[in-house]
Design a protein around this ligand. Structure first.
Ligand code: ADP
Length: 487
């Protein structure tokens, strides 16, 4: 089975969040099940850099050329990087820019993002329709709004008969643009309709994908239910309800080779479920890096975008209360300037008890998982969440809001779960400061009893967080879609 994945991000080449981890890990997990996944990604500078470093760029002929893709010349190169089979869309007029994948160095979105990701999608649909000689995917799998239009271009083009899947990693990002862009998308006039790409009078990229997809998946069963309600549906709950028979929730796995405390090169000290004491040097490294006092109190960490979605404002309101429990806080993240300021101010107020590093640091995030006692995730909504899965694997006990994938992946350490030996973390609901603080108190109480705490840590470390089961579910769905294809 040949699946074409179309995505704006893929680990390890280009990552702003969990989407990249998923699109990077899934092809490898699927290969073990006999599915070949090739991935179309934009030729961002880091991607082209990796490609050119291999010396392969000059020698490789383009497998697809388009003299005028959204205003400039574009080509697709087939290449293997980091064990991934990639189609790289080289379109310098769209992707060869400094800054991040979606905006300039100061974080402002590029005004032509609709054009950039329409181009990616158009190339995806062209490939689905046979534009690359010798390659015809059986299924096309799109991720989030940036590649959602692939399914719309397929629906109104050559590849209308090819089964398609739309995975929603976060419904909050929808790619909504004014009606004025429609004329430049290259779609037939009929597409500007309620059952096409039209969305509240403009053009909705994710909406178009949800409408055209043969199947819709999101990244946890609970989130799949939640997005059917107005509270979580973000304006798309009506459409999602209409399509509920094609909607599936498949929880993400993690790459257990990259995230393995026994071999992790980022760690100061590696360890296993049998050698938890090996976490101590990592803990000391966290204390140094975050300027925390050296003592035996638990270190609770945060590794997150600092945003409203992640509940970082809720955390900011109870930091004094957290310090009062005796716990220390190590916070790594960036995002909202106001939240960064509030957390830095908290660190200044509580020297030695709260440390903040503003920024994105993959290596440090590993050390934190390998050294801290707990990771707190107070998200208002969380499609799946990955940091609690890394926490499980590393014995960094998750303290999570009971929503989305956080609800599906953590077993709350209530008395019954502790007695049964199945507890893996702490959940709280409703998501407010009081409930969060109560959960941190439960954590510090448990931490005071080393035998109980180590049982929870070990139980988490033994949890299967690999891609194996989830990849199997994707394969089942791909098979179902193939069975619906008209011969
Ligand atoms: P989202 O994709 O919504 O941001 P996820 O939990 O699904 O949230 O994935 C976040 C990913 O980004 C995880 O791999 C996490 O470790 C990583 N991450 C988030 N913030 C940082 C940071 N400041 N430094 C390093 N890694 C980070």
């Amino acid at each position: 089975m040949q699946v074409l994945s179309v995505t704006p991000e893929i680990f390890p080449l280009i990552k702003t969040g969990g989407l990249a981890d998923v699109t990077g890990a899934l092809p490898i997990a699927l290969a073990a099940k006999g599915v070949t996944m090739r991935t179309l990604i934009p030729g961002f500078p880091t991607v082209m850099g990796a490609f050119k470093n291999m010396g392969a760029f000059k020698k490789k002929k383009a497998v697809y050329q388009n003299p005028s893709l959204q205003g400039g010349k574009a080509s697709v190169h087939a290449v293997q990087i980091a064990g991934l089979d990639l189609f790289v869309l080289d379109a310098p007029h769209l992707f060869d820019r400094p800054g991040g994948p979606y905006g300039n160095a100061s974080g402002a979105d590029w005004p032509d993002n609709w054009r950039r990701f329409a181009a990616l999608s158009q190339a995806g649909a062209d490939i689905a329709g046979g534009a690359i000689s010798g390659y015809l995917p059986d299924i096309v799998h799109a991720h989030d709004w940036q590649s959602a239009m692939t399914l719309a271009y397929m629906r109104y083009g050559e590849a209308v008969g090819t089964p398609s899947m739309m995975t929603v990693h976060n419904l909050a990002f929808q790619g909504q643009f004014g009606a004025g862009i429609f004329g430049e998308l290259g779609l037939p006039a009929a597409a500007m309709a309620l059952d096409g790409v039209e969305y509240y009078g403009g053009v909705g990229f994710l909406k178009a994908g949800l409408q055209a997809a043969w199947a819709i998946t999101t990244v946890s069963p609970t989130y799949a239910q939640e997005i059917r309600s107005p509270e979580f549906g973000m304006g798309l709950d009506g459409l999602i309800n209409m399509r509920s028979s094609d909607l599936h929730g498949i929880v993400n796995g993690i790459d257990t080779a990259i995230w393995d405390p026994a071999t992790d090169k980022h760690l100061v000290s590696t360890y296993t479920v049998e050698t938890l004491k090996g976490r101590a040097p990592n803990r000391a490294a966290v204390e140094d890096r975050f300027g925390l006092d050296r003592d035996d109190s638990p270190i609770v960490c945060v590794i997150s975008r600092l945003t409203w979605q992640k509940g970082m404002d809720i955390l900011a309101t109870v930091v004094d209360g957290i310090v009062a429990t005796g716990a220390r806080l190590a916070i790594l993240g960036s995002g909202d300037a106001g939240l960064e300021g509030a957390l830095l101010a908290a660190a200044a107020r509580h020297r030695g008890r709260i440390g903040v590093v503003v920024g994105y640091d993959e290596g440090l995030s590993h050390i934190m998982q390998g050294g801290c006692d707990a990771i707190v995730i107070p998200s208002r909504f969380e499609p799946c969440g990955l940091t609690q899965l890394y926490g499980l694997r590393y014995g960094c006990v998750p303290v999570v809001a009971r929503t989305g994938g956080l609800a599906d992946t953590i077993i709350d350490a209530n008395e019954a779960a502790i007695a049964a030996g199945v507890a893996t973390g702490f959940q709280f609901t409703p998501n407010n400061g009081g409930a969060l603080l109560h959960a941190i108190r439960r954590l510090t109480d448990a931490h005071a009893s080393p035998a109980t705490f180590e049982t929870i840590q070990r139980q988490g470390m033994k949890t299967d967080v690999s891609w194996d089961r989830s990849a199997e579910k994707y394969v089942e769905l791909y098979r179902l879609l193939l069975s619906k294809r008209v011969a």
